[in-house]
Design a protein around this ligand. Structure first.
Ligand code: HEM
Ligand code: HEM
Length: 179
């Protein structure tokens, strides 16, 4: 067993911020592939896939808004010492992840409404939509949902690359800030 004094000591994100980070990470890693395979799934199973994708995808919107609010009130601890360029790159990727993870569920939600399917969150509550049936708008929103969907994939790859860069190459304590 490692003596506690040998464990890296680092200012971590607050427990709530860590909980929200991992909850959103788990949701996105599930929601993304489910959305991707919907078009290949047999019609008998499609509704179940839509139910999961849309229900948990919409949850991401609220968790991200909660995260944003939390972050504004309680900013993250100062980052581990590193050249400014690394800190700035990470800040840009993080900011783009926030934007994409708020935009994506909104686009999906508006898209289903534009295609004429009012959204019932987990079959429980019908969520009010500013958009009614409008197939042409639906097609535009669908394209946007696909583009933002792939952008999330690229941002996630950059994010994971950054984490590995810090942990394996620089061997600094960045990863521990979120554990
Ligand atoms: C963070 C949340 C979300 C992510 C990461 C996400 C991601 C994706 C991805 C990757 C696709 C596949 C795109 C393609 O065909 O290549 C997709 C499709 C789709 N998404 Fe989402 N989505 C999210 C939230 C939502 C929400 C909240 C709704 C609706 C309430 C929604 C509705 C749809 C629909 C209707 C499709 C098209 C499925 C099909 O017919 O092929 N998405 N999504
Ligand atoms: C699966 C493995 C993942 C690991 C190991 C990981 C690790 C980390 C770490 C260590 C940080 C803190 C970075 C710092 O101190 O500057 C962080 C922040 C962040 N991560 Fe992840 N992450 C993962 C997945 C994800 C996923 C799937 C998403 C979203 C798609 C995500 C979005 C974010 C965002 C937005 C931040 C910035 C948080 C803030 O400053 O408010 N992460 N992550």
């Amino acid at each position: 067993m490692v003596a506690p004094s040998l464990l890296p000591t680092v200012d971590r994100y607050r427990p709530t911020a860590r909980l929200l980070h991992w909850a959103v990470a788990a949701l996105v890693l599930g929601v993304w592939p489910v959305g991707f395979v919907i078009k290949f799934v047999k019609d008998d199973f499609k509704n179940g896939f839509y139910f999961l994708h849309e229900g948990f995808g919409f949850l991401v919107l609220w968790l991200m808004l909660a995260r944003l609010l939390f972050r504004l009130v309680w900013p993250p601890p100062p980052e581990v010492p590193m050249p400014a360029i690394f800190a700035r790159t990470a800040a840009v990727v993080h900011a783009l992840l926030y934007v994409a993870l708020i935009a994506q569920p909104l686009l999906g939600f508006l898209m289903t409404n534009a295609f004429g399917f009012p959204f019932h969150w987990f079959g429980l509550v019908e969520v009010w939509s500013p958009v009614g049936k409008d197939e042409a708008l639906g097609a535009v929103l669908k394209q946007a949902h696909i583009v933002v969907g792939y952008s999330i994939l690229v941002l996630f790859a950059l994010h994971l690359g950054g984490v590995l860069f810090h942990h394996v190459l620089r061997r600094d304590a960045t990863l521990y800030r979120m554990l």
